[in-house]
Every structure is written in structure tokens, then in C-alpha cells.
Design a protein around this ligand. Structure first.
Ligand SMILES: Nc1ncnc2c1ncn2[C@@H]1O[C@H](COP(=O)(O)OP(=O)(O)OP(=O)(O)O)[C@@H](O)[C@H]1O
Ligand SMILES: [Mg+2]
Length: 242
């Protein structure tokens, strides 16, 4: 098992954002995490990736306990993530933004630069290398964010709403990029998404959260039929189309 989350709890004051979440992700899988706004998806990502310390429960990566490890250490062991709100640095060029990820593995600027160039080539961003990201379209910024995560050489890549704000064509493109990167780099993917056409087509397993709890898990087609998933999130219209 690559990732194992056991009875994870995260509370903010009185708010229980994650209540007793357990899940396992096998190496090489693509797992989707869905659920309504405020369900606790980003909080779970933050607890796994070391941005929040869980209130309770445990996280294992490759069999090793990593509960409460700081983000930089979690990155070093092989977990990368992109951010829902994007964390691109506006005063760094595209190349420098991706180098930030590469510095997870090296202190050598030349090595980091080479790594960034290799990643940017794979993402079709060679033309943009010296541009400041805020001048670029949102879909390109998302790819830069992805590039920064990939530059850390992850085994597990967690994507928090990478398709949010993209049009259907851009969404299809990012799906293709992710599939290619997964193959080329032997990645395991864990992604949250509200764009159902995306998450339900790319994921082999879907986990559903609502109000801090895990309410369902399984292959997308089976999960989409479950009454409590329809009620909590998908609505009748999506279920009928399946
Ligand atoms: N840093 C924080 N401080 C206090 N409360 C927080 C914090 N982060 C998240 N929460 C609360 O935890 C709950 C879950 O939020 P979270 O962002 O994890 O949901 P989400 O499933 O990612 O939602 P969305 O689909 O809108 O991104 C919400 O009630 C939110 O207000
Ligand atoms: Mg979120």
C-alpha cells in the first residue's frame, strides 16, 4: 500500500473537518475524492501533506508512519500536491516557479534549472520559460503549478481541483497531460474535483466525503448509483445519466 490513512481526525475549534477518515491507496492507482463544498477534502490533503497536523489518527506512506511530519519532509519522502487556490509566485518566472519544486531534492541551482527545463518541456511550456506566470492564462498557470509539484519527483501526486476554472477543452487537455505524466513517471494520483466528467472518467476508485465523513468508496459507476451519494452530492440529474 502506498498511502494509508487510519482514523484521521482534524478539528478546528468546534468544527470537525475530518471525522475518522480511513482510506488506502495502492501504488499506481488513480483515486478521486469528491463531495460537496466544505466536506473536508482539502483539509484531508493538508493533513496528509503536512500542512495541518491531524488532531487524531495516523498517516502511513510506503508503510512508514508520517503523521504530523512537516510539509518539506513529506515532499522529500515522495508526496507532492497542487493547491486549490494555486501557489504560484508572481515575482518568479515560470522556470523559477518550477525550480522551487526541484529544490526539494537539490541545492544546486544548475541541477534544479535542468530539472525544471525537462519538466516544462514535458508540459509544453518551453515558450513560456522566462515569462512571469500572472501574465499567462489560468490553464497555463495550472500547468506551472503541476510542474512545480512534478519537479519534486513525487511517487504520490495529490491534485486539489486542478480543473477548476478550466473550460471543457482545457479540461480534456489537462486530463491527457496527467495520464501521460502518470505513465512516464510511474505516479499514483489522488485528486479532488467538482468537475464530474473529469474525476469520474480518470479515477479507478472514488472516495466520497460529506460533512467531514467518508460516506462511500468504490468504482465510479457503482458509487454514482448509491442513494446517499446522490443525496449528499451528485443530485438526481447526474445519477440518471450514468
Ligand atoms: N484553516 C482552517 N481553519 C478553520 N476552519 C477550517 C480551516 N480549513 C478548513 N476549515 C473548515 O473545515 C471544513 C472543511 O473545509 P475544506 O476546505 O476541507 O472543504 P473542501 O471539501 O475542500 O471544500 P471545497 O469543495 O469547497 O474546496 C469547512 O467547514 C471549513 O470551514
Ligand atoms: Mg477544497
Amino acid at each position: 500500500m502506498l498511502l494509508e490513512v487510519r482514523n484521521l481526525v482534524k478539528e478546528f475549534g468546534g468544527v470537525v473537518a475530518n471525522a475518522d477518515i480511513s482510506l488506502e491507496i495502492e501504488r499506481g492507482m488513480t483515486v478521486g475524492l469528491i463531495g460537496p463544498n466544505g466536506a473536508g477534502k482539502t483539509t484531508l490533503f493538508n493533513c496528509i501533506a503536512g500542512y495541518y497536523k491531524p488532531t487524531g489518527g495516523k498517516v502511513f506512506f510506503g508503510g512508514k508512519e508520517i503523521t504530523g511530519w512537516p510539509a518539506h519532509q513529506v515532499a522529500k519522502i515522495g508526496i507532492a500536491r497542487t493547491f486549490q487556490g494555486m501557489k504560484i509566485m508572481p515575482n518568479l518566472t515560470v522556470e523559477e516557479n518550477v525550480m522551487v519544486g526541484a529544490f526539494c531534492r537539490t541545492r544546486d541551482r544548475q541541477i534544479a534549472k535542468k530539472k525544471a527545463q525537462e519538466i516544462l518541456e514535458g508540459l509544453n511550456l518551453v515558450q513560456e520559460i522566462n515569462i512571469y506566470p500572472t501574465e499567462l492564462p489560468i490553464a497555463t498557470q495550472k500547468r506551472i503549478e503541476l510542474g512545480r509539484a512534478l519537479a519534486t519527483n513525487p511517487q504520490l501526486l495529490m491534485l486539489d481541483e486542478i480543473a477548476a476554472g478550466l473550460n471543457p477543452i482545457e479540461t480534456k487537455e489537462i486530463i491527457q497531460v496527467l495520464k501521460r505524466m502518470k505513465e512516464e513517471r510511474d505516479l499514483t494520483l489522488f485528486l479532488t474535483e467538482h468537475v464530474m466528467e473529469f474525476v469520474m472518467t480518470i479515477s479507478e476508485v472514488v472516495t466520497v466525503m460529506a460533512a467531514g465523513r467518508k460516506i462511500a468508496e468504490g468504482p465510479p459507476k457503482e458509487v454514482a448509483k448509491q442513494e446517499r451519494v446522490i443525496e449528499a452530492y451528485l443530485g438526481k440529474r447526474y445519477a440518471k445519466g450514468q
